[in-house]
Design a protein around this ligand. Structure first.
Ligand SMILES: Cc1cc2nc3c(=O)[nH]c(=O)nc-3n(C[C@H](O)[C@H](O)[C@H](O)COP(=O)(O)OP(=O)(O)OC[C@H]3O[C@@H](n4cnc5c(N)ncnc54)[C@H](O)[C@@H]3O)c2cc1C
Length: 406
């Protein structure tokens, strides 16, 4: 692209950013601003009420719940960069995308690549309209990092598959209408005996049992399948070829882990501003505590580097290459930097970082309560979407070309 065309392109994108911001500001109901944290905490407490329904309807009609998907499936038909601008505009305006979830971030892009036309029309359209919530049935008690060791089986019964087995850590399954599931369709081979199946959670034989966590939330459950009949048309791709689809979805998942969640929540001021408020400043106007000051500065530099890394991922996607194995690098970096953020904030807050609720008369600000809960819940970042160690193995093998130690 020549320089003039590039300038023109940038100008158009900036105009589009202004348009996106203006539309969100004009249409996001004021009352939902206070629901932001509930929404961030995600599955357990979806907001409801008239304003929530109105916001969903407006975003749905605009196609901006899934801005980058084709219009034929209810999307906005925007380019990758424009779609990213819309997502950024939600955050910049203190709003949120009401259609976010595993349907939009994981299943959708995977079906766009691997689904047949009927599956795309039916499922993508429902997701982009915010009509269904999806959950991910990958992990099992004996198959987490060693995912291909999964045992939940689907037997061919002529006109349907009969599914029996158990999944675990299934986020949002209590609220999900559908589950994209990995099942064993050939017990004799490991990776080549796995298929990718879409299961309606209302099917008889599906049972969901919640698991409580240290953060006080219950974001996930165990899911049991007993003689669950699944229509044959719910198989995505070919029988026994689900592993390739499963891995592709994991790349979308690591990509999504990097771009959502915490930046939507609470106080988004730079950390040095928050630190100055709590710790005071020295005679030069710097954060008073020199040790903490140094660690905060280092953290802010790393946070900035992370943003640039995310930009690189966007460029990859723009060039039609991504998401790639690079998502493993970004996932690990994001998890470490995010966990460090909460640790530093709690140190900055001092005793105010020990808040849990306001019912016993304790005086805690929202940012303090949010951070304490995020401190606990984000411990999981180094586990979900594949543990840090497993990402390191992927980086070692697929990016650095090192030998497999196993
Ligand atoms: C908050 C949260 C949400 C989740 N949501 C979902 C969901 O919606 N759907 C779903 O299917 N799953 C979900 N999971 C499950 C998640 O994907 C698994 O927990 C993860 O893949 C790790 O598997 P595991 O728990 O069985 O641990 P294990 O695989 O048993 O690992 C235990 C430890 O051993 C290490 N380890 C294992 N293998 C190796 C190796 N080869 N080399 C080096 N170290 C190794 C691991 O890094 C880890 O430290 C969720 C998990 C969490 C915490």
């Amino acid at each position: 692209m020549n320089v003039l065309a590039e300038v023109e392109d940038t100008r158009k994108l900036e105009a589009f950013r202004e348009e996106a911001n203006a539309w969100i500001k004009a249409n996001f109901p004021e009352s939902l601003k206070s629901k932001l944290e509930e929404y961030y905490q995600n599955m357990p407490r979806y907001p409801d009420g008239a304003d929530w329904a109105l916001w969903k309807e407006r975003v749905r009609d605009k196609g901006w719940g899934t801005p980058g998907w084709p219009k034929a499936y209810g999307g906005g038909g925007l380019s990758t960069v424009e779609a990213r601008i819309v997502q950024q505009a939600f955050v910049a305006c203190g709003a949120f995308n009401p259609m976010t979830g595993m349907g939009t971030s994981l299943l959708g892009p995977t079906l766009l690549e691997h689904g047949n036309e009927e599956q795309k029309k039916l499922h993508l359209t429902r997701v982009s309209r915010g009509e269904v919530v999806w959950c991910q049935g990958y992990s099992e008690p004996g198959a987490g990092s060693d995912l291909a060791g999964l045992q939940t089986k689907a037997e061919d019964k002529g006109d349907h598959y009969l599914v029996n087995g158990q999944k675990i850590w299934t986020s949002g399954s209590r609220f999900a209408n559908w589950c994209f599931c990995l099942v064993r369709t050939d017990p004799k081979v490991k990776q080549e005996g796995i298929s990718f199946l879409l299961i309606d959670m209302k099917t008889p034989g599906v049972e969901v049992r919640p698991i409580k966590t240290i953060s006080g939330e219950s974001p996930f459950s165990e899911v049991f399948f007993t003689d669950v009949k699944v229509p044959k048309e719910n198989l995505v791709g070919q029988l026994n070829k689900g592993w390739t689809i499963a891995k592709r979805l994991l790349q979308f998942e690591r990509n999504a882990t990097d771009t959502r969640r915490r930046q939507l929540a609470g106080d988004t001021r730079p950390m040095d501003e928050i630190a100055k408020e709590y710790l005071g400043v020295d005679e030069k106007g710097r954060i008073a505590d020199p040790d903490l000051r140094q660690r905060i500065v280092r953290h802010m530099m790393e946070f900035r580097a992370l943003k640039l890394m995310q930009q690189r991922m966007l460029d990859e996607t723009k060039a039609g290459q991504g998401p790639s194995e690079f998502t493993s690098v970004a996932k690990n970096a994001r998890a470490r930097i995010q966990q460090e953020r909460e640790e530093l904030l709690i140190e900055i807050f001092g005793q105010q970082g020990l808040g849990w609720g306001t019912s016993n008369g304790d005086k805690y600000k929202q940012i303090e309560l949010d951070t304490t809960r995020a401190f606990f819940s984000n411990k999981a970042m180094t586990i979900f979407s594949g543990t840090t160690e497993v990402q390191n193995n992927i980086i070692a093998k697929r990016m650095l070309g090192l030998l497999d130690h196993q």
